[in-house]
Design a protein around this ligand. Structure first.
Ligand SMILES: C[S@@+](CC[C@H](N)C(=O)[O-])C[C@H]1O[C@@H](n2cnc3c(N)ncnc32)[C@H](O)[C@@H]1O
Length: 451
């Protein structure tokens, strides 16, 4: 019989002692007991732990570590004082080589169990150039205390409890310097004039602009509405905009009009951004992926390239030139405006970026017998799924699939193999050290005769 306890506030079903013998994608430890598999939050391979069972079903069981009887030998000193509580990083203190080994295993397991691709694919790994201080954009929770003090932090893992931080180990130094400067912000006067007694909660994103020197304003801030609707977001925006280093700050209504800002120059292209826009957060890793894409294009020389889920042209802007064209499709109108701004300001020939839904675009293109030589696809976590059917009708010779989820990627690769493609290269890249996340870069080639 199936037992369930999905509500984390309910009492645990029972306590058990478990030996965690491996890791699962999602960052939980895996343990076996009485013929059942348990996914253990906060557990890592090698731990012997007392856990509380939170959910038991016929298919899987969920548990959480209460205490460690014998800590895993992989647990080392953490450089972050809140990493045992904060919901950001699961693996601070685990040697980096071990993290890479687990991440590779996630990919290999997904390819074999979900993709049914056996051991046939050789998975290369590229570690992140930096193990900490790599995120150039962070989304934080904030609290204005009744005394006017501003605190920033994250939610505790699996809860909405606020964990204050004075620095974030994975954020770039320039964002941490900015967090330090926020300690001087006070909302005391605003609270007194409004007779606010309780803490005010809000969230905001801070993004560093690498193209700007630290002596120039170099931080973009997107502030989201506070929970207390009597406390206007504009008051928060005005106070934060006055902090040294802020290039632009705005609330939800200001975001559509946020200006374009020069972000960086790479592979001969000047990339722009604006506040709140999607942008890869690990810049050195993003450069590596751009070069992997460029290498493939230099090798296969496709005259017509389609960039699906193109964002602001991150992967394909360096590819367009007088000899080949790039079409890009992306849901977000602001990203497309930025892509077209990049095209216009860089006078990039043969690059066309259009706002729209991937699947609808692909069906339209397939019905009008469009052909592309290479398709780049960098979908969100859900992967491509049904879009693969119209995609193969465009008869690309090569597909470059960039993915942040090995499970949906493996499902989609399995379909592409059935459609007549073979995997030529598979690289797992670590964009997010100290977390379980892993990015994949895959080159597929259509086997001749599969038209
Ligand atoms: C992982 S990001 C990749 C963006 C870009 N390739 C880059 O490297 O910056 C995925 C992008 O897909 C877009 N997206 C999500 N669903 C979409 C859809 N159904 N059609 C088109 N774009 C979509 C998102 O807005 C997001 O910009």
């Amino acid at each position: 019989m199936q037992k369930q306890n999905k509500n984390p506030d309910q009492l645990p079903l029972r306590e058990l002692d478990l030996v965690i013998d491996s890791m699962a994608f999602g960052g939980k430890g895996v343990a076996r007991h009485d013929g059942k598999v348990f996914f253990v939050e906060d557990g890592i391979e090698g731990d012997v732990a007392t856990v509380e069972v939170r959910e038991e079903t016929d298919r899987y069981n969920e548990a959480r570590v209460i205490s460690l009887k014998t800590p895993s030998p992989h647990r080392g000193p953490s450089p972050c004082p809140v990493s045992d509580r904060c919901g950001g990083c699961q693996w601070q203190g685990v040697p980096y080589a071990q993290q890479i080994s687990w991440k590779k295993q996630f990919v290999v397991n997904a390819l074999s169990r979900i993709g049914k691709l056996g051991e046939s694919i050789e998975v290369e790994t590229i570690p992140s150039p930096a193990v900490n201080s790599y995120r150039n954009r962070i989304f934080v929770r904030a609290r204005i205390h009744p005394d006017g003090r501003l605190a920033v932090g994250y939610f505790r893992r699996g809860s909405r409890d606020f964990v204050e931080v004075s620095r974030c180990a994975i954020a770039v130094d320039r964002l941490n310097d900015f967090i330090t400067r926020l300690e001087n912000v006070s909302f005391k006067e605003h609270l007194e004039s409004r007779d606010v007694k309780a803490e005010i909660k809000f969230r905001f994103e801070m993004q560093d602009i690498p193209a700007r020197a630290t002596t120039e304003p170099h931080i973009l801030l997107s502030v989201y509405d506070p929970d207390d609707s009597t406390f206007p977001v504009d008051v928060i925006v005005k106070s934060l905009a006055a902090v040294q280093g802020v290039a632009w700050a705005g609330g939800p209504l200001d975001l559509p009009n946020a200006p374009f800002v020069e972000f960086e120059t790479d592979l001969g292209v000047t990339f722009h951004t604006s506040a709140g826009l999607f942008q890869q957060v690990n810049i050195p890793d993003n450069h590596i992926v751009r070069r992997l894409v460029k290498e493939a294009v230099d090798e296969f020389k496709p005259p017509r390239i389609l960039d699906l889920f193109c964002g602001s042209g991150n992967l394909s802007l360096p590819l367009a030139d007088g000899t080949r064209s790039v079409d890009g499709i992306e849901f977000s109108k602001r990203s497309i405006m930025t892509a077209n701004h990049n095209v216009a300001s860089g006078k990039i020939p043969n690059a066309n970026y259009t706002a729209g839904d991937t699947e609808k675009f692909l069906w339209r293109a397939a019905k009008s017998n469009e052909r592309y030589d290479m398709v780049i696809a960098d979908p969100p976590r859900a992967g491509m799924f049904k879009s693969l059917i119209p995609l193969v009708k465009l008869k690309p010779r090569h597909i470059i699939y960039v993915s942040c989820d090995p499970t949906t990627l493996s499902r989609d690769l399995s379909s592409l193999v059935k459609f007549g493609f073979e995997v030529k290269r598979f690289v797992a890249l670590d964009f997010f050290p100290n977390t379980y996340h892993i990015e994949s870069f895959v080159i597929l080639e259509r086997i001749p005769g599969h038209d």
